[in-house]
Each structure stands twice: as C-alpha cells, then as structure tokens.
Design a protein around this ligand. Sequence first.
Ligand code: DI6
Ligand code: FE
Length: 402
Amino acid sequence: MAQGRVFRNASIATLAGSEGLGLISSGAIVAEAGRIVFVGPEAELPGSRIAGYSEMDCGGRLITPGLIDCHTHLVHGGSRAWEFEQRLRGTSYAEISAQGGGIVSTVAATRAATDDALMASAGRRLDALIAEGVTTIEIKSGYGLDRETELRMLRVARALAAARDIDVATSFLGLHALPPEYAGDADGYVDHVCRDILPMVVAEGLADAVDGFCESIAFSPAQIARFFTVARAMGVPVKLHADQLSNLHGARLAAGFSALSADHLEYTDESGVVAMAASGTVAVLLPGAYYTLRETCPPPVGLLRGHGVAMAIATDCNPGTSPMTSILLAMNMAATLFGLTVEECLAGVTRHAAAALGRRGKIGVIAPGAQCDLAIWDVSIPAELVYRIGFNPLYARIRRGS
Ligand code: DI6
Ligand code: FE
C-alpha cells in the first residue's frame, strides 16, 4: 500500500493522555491514508503491516502534534502601525479613536480591500505560522460588520485553506464592534446580525462557530445572549471574547451556552471558572494581547488549573491589540507572563486548542485514529520549544501524513 508512511527513530510527545506530554523515547509513528494507525516504541512496530511503506528516519528528533492556533483575526485589511507609533508618542487610545483609529479604521480598510488583497496579506501572515509547524488555524470575521464584507472575510478564510497546506476553522465574529452605520443603536445592529447576516453565513456553510466580544466598549451580556440563542437554535457552536478588560461575567455567560471556548479571561472570577469547568468550556489564553496592551491583571491560571479547566494558547493575531504571527512566542509569553508550565504550553497549542475548535481527539494528539499532522523539531527536550525567543527550530512539518 503505497500511501503508508513510517516515521521512526524519534522522541515523541503524543499529548494523547489527559495529562503530561505522553513522551515516548525511541518511538515510531505509522500513517495510512493521512491517519495515524500506530504510535509506540519502535520495537513494537507492526512489521508485516508496514512492509513497503515509505520511511522517514527522524534522527532522534522530537515530534509533536502539528500546532494549532485556535484564535486569530488573520484576515483583515490595512495595518495599524501608525497607531502604534502614535501611542508610543503618548497619544491616548481615546484620542486615536477620535482621529478615526482603532477597530473602525481596520473595518474601513477591510471593506475597501479586494478579495485578492485580503488573500495576499493574510497569506503572508499564514505562511509565518505554517513555518512554525502550525497545521490548523482558526480565523474570525469581524472587521466587515456589514453583510457583504463579513461573508467575504469568511470566504477568504475558507479559500486560504485551499490555497495553502493547512486546515482552517472559521468563526463568524458578527458582534465584534458597532459599525458606524449603527452608532447609537447597538440593539438594532444585533437584530440585523441575527436576522440578516447569520442565516446567510449558515446557509453558505461559512462558519464552524460564532463569536462575540462581550465588553463595555463592545456588546452587553444581554446582546451576546440574544445572538448566541439564535446561533444555538441553528446548531452553530459558540465562542466568546470574555472578561478581557473588565468582569462582565462573560465566562459564565459562555459556559451557559456550552461554549467551545471562552477567550482572554483576564478579569474572570472563580464563579466564571467553576461554570466553565462544569460546561467543559476551554479557556483560551491570549498573552500577545496582554503584552501589547501592557495589561497588569493576568488571567486566573491558578483557578483554571485548580478547577480542571483546559487551557489553550493562541496568537490572537489582529492588527490592533496583538500584531503577532508566532505561536512559539505565544507559548513563551504564556510561560513567562502567565506562569504556565512547559507541559501546559504544549498542551495549549495542541490537545486543548483542538478542543477549543470542537475537534478534540481528531487533531492535536498523536494517537491512532487522529489526523497525521506532525511537527518535527531540531530540539533535544520539549522545553526548548517554549524557552527560546525569536528562534524557530522546526525541521519538518507533516500534514495528513505527507
Ligand atoms: N479583543 C481585542 O483585543 C480586539 N478585539 C477583540 O475582540 C481588538 C481588535 C482591534 O483593535 O482591532
Ligand atoms: Fe480576538
């Protein structure tokens, strides 16, 4: 069977158990038709089954599951570098907004961009993540805020999956910010999203989940709940930007809708963490935004750990608050800024990131039945993946077995 493939002579972090890295030294992996059929010590390789399979000698290198960036705003027009420069000069965020900066400037740039321009700029960012061993990425809409541009953003995200060697999960972030046309009428905009945009997104199969931004500068818990109720009735799972800048009990709200994930969580309290534990909602930590905003209140990692809430880590790649296209740096920041262990960091970009996308066990683990997405690293121990800053030790990236 020509499509069979064997990876041997490797140290393997399977991430397959419920805890730890699941390390196998002197290990091997067998893939058939893009799926893993065996992982274990080389001595246990099923000899007759793999006769004639193509082999790769990994030279003792470390293999992890292909990495998963489970929260990005990769598709957007323009840049906010000028705004960054202004802030360095001491201009406040409010002044910048008054000058037409902030999210609305990205909305204007995204609406004005052609599909080709959106593909090209997102493609360059995507290539940076692919070069670090990312094999699945989540991409949100949310910089269109009108029907045409939201649909375009999601179509571009889907098209990126065909243009590159990567799996893309899409989220319809309809409630990201209030578009200028609806200034002073947030409820009217929520109605419009629920009635006129979401049904078209669903009919075209453009979203694997919906997302919202629950914050005083964005949408209220009641508005988010209205949107989530409609989405759930249509069978679409939900995710939420929750408690990033203040505690509006977004984590609890998300858990009440059995959200796949609640993301950010800087201001989440114990009742939110308890609710997430009960609903199996994954906590997605976004240290790039925390760093960029020079936040001082980190997410409640001790509580999340204590209540057994799975923690994922993502780049939050967006032009305003996290202009970051490195999942390795996100891991380093999660360790240094939030106190995650090496094992937690690696689980955060593999097993738990998969769960945040509703793909638990299908990706993000090296186990029989999972998709054979692998990252092979020129490192001697797993900690090296978290410890270096600005260095990429990827040796090879395997997607669906090849
Ligand atoms: N949280 C954020 O930090 C950003 N969006 C969100 O939901 C801000 C995005 C931007 O400034 O463009
Ligand atoms: Fe975000």
